[in-house]
Structures are given as structure tokens and as C-alpha cells.
Design a protein around this ligand. Structure first.
Ligand code: ASP
Length: 596
């Protein structure tokens, strides 16, 4: 070892001993014959001190050649500091250097290697290895490591076995586009990178592995957002001889274990809500339940999912043309927000009218402290009508009601965005509060207007609820699945389902999804074949590991929790990838390129 200690561990108890430290020069101050150097490594920062007259001349000379981020080795006595720094764990001591050696020089780094850096996103990504030297970034990766370790511990204790599945596979239809890799040895043919190990983990169940997990890279060629990366990591799990209840319990257990071990939080049992209820009360299948602000329908003409019962109400009469034409009029009550100014309300109106949200307008009703009600539609509604709304929405004096109208599905999405915005504005989305929710009973299928056919809402291997099986023939849109998502603070951290394990049902499912017999055979013959040989009942779940880490770390972007992430355009700006390859490589891969 080149060092006896690291830069984060020396304390008062070590005073008098000698130590050798190695690390990077964080700062140098040279004043009146005394030189202080802050030496940094992964574990912390320790102050070195050199004094003209006391330290040997050679070391002083070397110290005066140092620049930021030089790599040095320093030996000296551990001494008590005269001016202590209670902001640093090592702030009581310093090293009185007796020997200093430069292990490597450094160019001036393009940004400050400090928590508050002057480097913008782009430059930090280009020099990610320097960015990773910063405390906050390193801490994120330490958290990630801990999360993986506690996950493995928990699952190991339950007899799960980690099995690696291949990365060069063939397309799995999981809804996203595949990344493909040309095969040199099989001209004109391609591998696909897995969107998830879904079919492999099911095959492992057929193989009798019983409880599988894998912390695994997955690849999806999708448009990117702050919480998406083309390659990301899942905690992927599958179990045999279980029911939905067992999966929910096992992985609620894992989640609680992580919160306990990492944040020392004891989470209460996770509430459950059906997809239909989540959509009705929050307009969202991953509601942020840190705050209430539930939807209240003032008018609805909708047929409630699956029950075929009509959900009809009308508290808005027929005096306001906009509402007359609407399939749904629905609102939220923002507590203590009646004091919103005209300007703030205009801004909210602008917010819902943004193209990404797409509402035509916003109706608001202030329930003033003096008991009067004032709305943006006073022309059309008497105060008595507004009172009715207030009652229905459980609004009190001081509250603000915000109401949108339109086509049910659209208006729910719009109001869901407004609800989240209001939650943020009113400070109801505290990063240190964690609200968990299982969303269950997802629809099995999703009708796609464009392709005029059903798509699997989760994936084609998800099992319909046995009690809904009959509807598969008569009204597929109403069939519910044994599928579930784990939602924390409005973030979908995991999702899974109980699988089909009967080959005939699986074949029926492929047919429903528009696969011809031949296509189903060529794409999934291996799975249906395997199902001929005693497939056990099974099901599973996958957690988005990067997202889970960012949630624990209190950050919005998953990028901060990935060592070498890609940017919004899917590029790694550090290694400059993707990149063109040589004509020779292209030829070898039998890929033709157009030449200008
Ligand atoms: N493979 C699924 C996914 O990636 C998870 C699962 O069904 O277990 O979302």
C-alpha cells in the first residue's frame, strides 16, 4: 500500500502518530511561509501543513509546484489544529508534512471539483471522471451500491438465486423499440438487446428455478426524458407456485427492507388501489399520494370501466355552453389557496393551456374567507350552484376550486397535471416524505386507435383475471389483468404480473394481439414449446433500479445515479458514442451504407 490511512479517517485519537496519505489536491493556500493543502480522496479531505523553517526545504519546493488535482503522497505527524473546522470530520487535525511526493501532475480541471461547481451539465458529462470525484456525485453511486447490496441480501435470505440471462437475444415485444446488433456470422441477421429478461425468467421457472432475480441491464430505444436512459437497470424477479398476493408481499417486504436499512424508516403497509379507482380519483395510474386533492366529478356521462354501469351526474346544469358540450366536468379543491392572485390564476390557466397539457381553459372558484364564492364563470352560475359544487368538493372557506371540462380521458390527464402542479406550488410534495401505493387490476389490453388493434397493456405474457376470462371473447377491453405497479410519490418504481402458463391461453392471447399463427410461432415458439413441458404457475415483478435510487437520493433525474449516463440525445459525450464505423466493419457485417 502506498498509504497508511485514507483522507477521511484521522481524528484526535490519532494525534502523535505518523501517517502517509495519498490523494488529489483540492486547494492550496500559501501565506506567509505557511502552506496548507487540502488533500482529497474517496473518503474525505485532510489538511496538510508545511511551514518554512520547520518542514524540509525540498517538500516546501514541491508544494509550491502543486496545482489543483495533482496526485500526491504525503507523510507526516498527525497534529491537533490550532484553528479547528467543525464542518469537516477531520477538522480537528492536520498532517505536519515531513515528506511530499508528486505521484502525478494534472492539467487545470475544466470545472471546480466541489459540491457547488461552476461546470454546466455538458462539460461535466464530457469529463464525467472528474465529475465523479465530486462528493455529491460519488455519494449517489455509494447509495446505489448499498441499494444493490441490501437487495441481494434480502433476496438471498429468501432463497432467490441470481441467474444471468443473455444480452444478445431476439426482439421481445415489450412495447418499446429494440436496439439491434448485426451478426457477422449470420449475414443479414440481427440480435436484439433485451428490453427486459422477461421470456428468459419465465423459462427459468419452467426449468424449476422457482425464485429468480437479477440486477440487470435492459435496453429500450425510446425517446428520452429526464427519468429515462436507453440502457437502464432493473431488479428483475420471478417466482413459481405463487399468487399475486405473494408477489405483492414479498416485494413490499423488499421495499420496506430498503427503506429501513438505508433511511431507517419503518414504512406502514402499502395501500392498494385498483387502476380504475386511480384513474377516477387522480386521473393517473401512478398517482402521487403524498397529498389528497382527489378528483370530484361535477358532471359525468361515462360508463364505468367493466361494470357497464353508467356513472351519471350533473351538478352543472345547462347554462354554460362549454360545460354543456363536455363529457366530463371535474375539479380539485386546493386547500387554503383562495388567496391566489389574479396573476397566479392566469398563470395556472396558461399552464393547463400549454400544448403538452392541452386544456382549452380553466374554471376557478374562490371560496372566500367571508363565505362568498367568486368564480371565473359568475355570469353563468349563481352562488347557490357554486355552493353545491363546494359541498360536493368538500371545499371550506379559504379554499380554491379548479375545474376542467372536456372528453373524460383527456380531461383526467389534464387535471392530473394541474393537481401535481398545485401540489408542488403548495409545498405538498416533500422529498423526504414517502407515500407508497400498489396499483392493481390493470386492464389487460389497450386499444390503439392508430393501428386499430389491441396492445398488451403490460406485456403479452400477462394473465387475465380468471373471473374476466369470458370477457376475452365478448368485450376484451373490459378484461382486467393480474398486473400490478408499485408507485412511490408518483413514480412507478416497479411493475409486474402473474403470467399465463397455459399454452392454449398464451396462443389465444397472441391471436388477440393480432399475431398470425405463424408470427406467434416464429417469435415465441420457444416459449410455447416450453409451456408443453410442465410450466408451473408463476409471476414476477421488475423494479426500475435507477429510479429507485434517485427516489432514495431525493433527486429527480436518474442520470445522477448512473456512473456514465447518456444525454438527452442518447449520446455518451465523453466517449463520443454512437459513432460511425469503418467501411471495412460495415462490409464485414454485410451492412450497406449510402455514400453521398
Ligand atoms: N418485464 C417486465 C418489465 O420490464 C416486468 C415484469 O413483468 O416482471 O416491465
Amino acid at each position: 500500500m502506498l498509504r497508511t490511512n485514507n483522507c477521511g479517517e484521522l481524528r484526535m485519537a490519532h494525534i502523535g502518530a505518523q501517517a502517509t496519505l495519498c490523494g488529489w489536491v483540492q486547494t492550496i493556500r500559501d501565506k506567509g511561509g505557511i502552506i496548507w493543502i487540502d488533500l482529497r480522496d474517496r473518503y474525505g479531505v485532510t489538511q496538510l501543513i508545511l511551514e518554512e523553517g520547520k518542514t524540509d526545504e525540498k517538500s516546501i519546493q514541491i508544494a509550491r509546484q502543486l496545482g489543483r488535482e495533482f496526485v500526491v503522497k504525503a507523510t507526516g505527524n498527525i497534529a491537533e489544529r490550532s484553528a479547528k473546522n467543525d464542518k469537516m470530520p477531520t477538522g480537528d487535525i492536520e498532517i505536519r508534512v515531513s515528506s511530499l511526493q508528486i505521484l502525478n501532475t494534472s492539467e487545470v480541471p475544466p470545472f471546480k471539483i466541489e459540491d457547488e461547481t461552476d461546470g454546466g451539465d455538458e462539460i461535466r458529462m464530457k469529463y464525467r471522471y472528474l465529475d465523479l470525484r465530486r462528493n455529491i456525485v460519488r455519494k449517489n453511486l455509494e447509495l446505489r451500491h448499498k441499494m444493490a447490496r441490501f437487495t441481494r441480501n434480502y433476496l438471498d435470505n429468501l432463497d432467490f438465486i441470481e441467474v444471468e440471462t443473455p444480452v444478445l437475444i431476439k426482439s421481445t415485444p415489450e412495447g418499446a423499440r429494440d436496439f439491434v446488433v448485426p451478426s457477422r456470422m449470420n449475414e443479414g441477421q440481427f440480435y436484439a438487446l433485451p428490453q427486459s429478461p422477461q421470456t428468459f425468467k419465465q423459462l427459468l421457472m419452467v426449468a424449476g428455478f422457482d425464485k429468480y432475480y437479477q440486477i440487470v441491464k435492459c435496453f429500450r430505444d425510446e425517446d428520452l426524458r429526464a427519468d429515462r436512459q436507453p440502457e437502464f437497470t432493473q431488479i428483475d424477479c420471478e417466482m413459481s407456485f405463487i399468487e399475486q398476493e405473494d408477489i405483492l408481499n414479498t416485494f413490499e417486504g423488499l421495499t420496506k427492507h430498503l427503506f429501513k436499512q438505508i433511511k431507517n424508516l419503518d414504512l406502514a403497509d402499502f395501500p392498494r388501489m385498483t387502476y380504475a379507482e386511480a384513474m377516477r380519483t387522480y386521473g393517473n395510474d401512478k398517482p402521487d399520494t403524498r397529498f389528497e386533492m382527489k378528483f370530484v366529478e361535477l358532471k359525468s356521462n361515462e360508463i364505468v370501466l367493466r361494470t357497464s354501469e353508467k356513472h351519471i351526474s350533473n351538478l352543472v346544469g345547462d347554462t354554460f355552453p362549454v360545460f354543456n358540450d363536455a363529457e366530463m366536468v371535474v375539479g380539485i379543491c386546493a386547500k387554503n389557496a383562495a388567496n391566489y392572485t389574479r396573476k397566479q390564476l392566469d398563470e395556472l390557466t396558461e399552464f393547463v393551456k400549454k400544448p403538452q397539457i392541452g386544456a382549452k381553459g380553466l374554471v376557478y372558484v374562490r371560496y372566500n374567507e367571508d363565505g362568498t364564492l367568486k368564480s371565473s364563470v359568475d355570469k353563468f352560475f349563481s352562488e347557490d350552484v357554486l355552493k353545491n359544487w363546494a359541498e360536493k368538493m368538500n371545499a371550506q372557506k379559504g379554499d380554491l376550486m379548479l375545474i376542467l371540462s372536456g372528453e373524460a380521458n383527456k380531461v383526467r390527464k389534464q387535471l392530473s397535471e394541474l393537481r401535481l402542479e398545485m401540489g408542488s406550488q403548495l409545498g405538498l410534495r416533500d422529498k423526504n416524505t414517502f407515500s407508497t401505493l400498489w396499483v392493481i387490476d390493470f386492464p389487460l389490453l389497450d386499444w390503439d386507435e392508430e393501428s386499430k388493434r389491441f396492445h398488451a397493456m403490460h406485456h403479452p405474457f400477462t394473465s387475465p383475471k380468471p373471473e374476466d376470462l369470458e370477457l376475452l371473447q365478448t368485450n376484451p377491453a373490459l378484461v382486467r389483468a393480474n398486473a400490478y405497479d408499485l408507485v412511490i410519490n408518483g413514480v412507478e418504481v416497479g411493475g409486474g404480473s402473474i403470467r399465463i402458463f397455459d399454452k392454449d391461453l398464451q396462443a389465444k392471447m397472441f391471436a388477440l394481439l393480432g399475431f398470425s399463427k405463424e408470427d406467434a410461432e416464429s417469435q415465441f415458439g420457444f416459449l410455447m414449446n416450453a409451456f408443453k413441458y410442465g410450466a408451473p404457475p408463476h409471476g414476477g415483478i421488475a423494479f426500475g433500479f435507477d429510479r429507485l435510487c434517485s427516489l432514495f437520493g431525493g433527486a429527480d433525474s436518474i442520470r445522477d445515479f448512473i456512473a456514465f449516463p447518456k444525454n438527452n440525445a442518447g449520446r455518451d459525450v465523453m466517449i463520443d458514442s454512437p459513432s460511425v464505423i469503418s467501411d471495412e466493419q460495415l462490409k464485414e457485417l454485410s451492412i450497406l451504407v449510402k455514400k453521398n
